[in-house]
Design a protein around this ligand. Sequence first.
Ligand code: C5P
Length: 225
Amino acid sequence: KQYSVVVPAAGVGARMQNRVPKQYLKIAGKTLLEHCLENLIRHPAIKQVILALHPQDPYFEQLPLAGEPWLQRVEGGAERADSVLAGLEALDNDDWVLVHDAARPCLPHQDLDTLLALARGATGGILAIPVRDTMKRGDGHNLVLRTESREGLWHALTPQFFPLPQLKDALRRALQASVRITDEASAIEWAGGKVNLVPGSPCNIKVTQPDDLILAEFYLTRMHD
Ligand code: C5P
């Protein structure tokens, strides 16, 4: 069985302090986006990628993979959730769908296998990692208000994997209600659905700060050894 992946890549990368959005920064001679997409399509369970791009994206067209038949482009929106919804709306006949960040080029195929196994059950889920560090609540001015328990806390990663009709409906309704949605699971939770936590690998980082590029390059070379 094969699935479609929606990849939101319409962000402008404000946290990278760079003119070029982070998905277009290069490691090992290729952009993060190319690494990410090529890694996805290499997996036998992936049939196509729906890529949400910024309406004025000047970079994508330059990439060698721009004309690939397994790649469909849609126009992204103001927030990540709008971009994802635009991608989901390009799909009709899928029963389940994956959503994966463009800024995560180091997803191990084994993690994807584990996540896809969820489709045998009734509800979807996400890759996630238990929090390791002690968690502090700050007051907004670099002072600690209190220590939060890290018991039961997880980092939510991507891919996230849900039945298409359920995810589309949850995202539409959550956006309409102006609920803050930072990943697909938050829309499902808000709509009352169940989300499984699937333990993933720490190498599946989201490139967010400049230093993350070095780490991503390290993981990428190790993945291809
Ligand atoms: O900014 P953040 O790291 O949370 O972005 C996660 C992913 O969502 C990135 O791949 C980014 O390009 C994408 N995004 C998007 N549309 C937006 C904002 C972010 O597709 N409006």
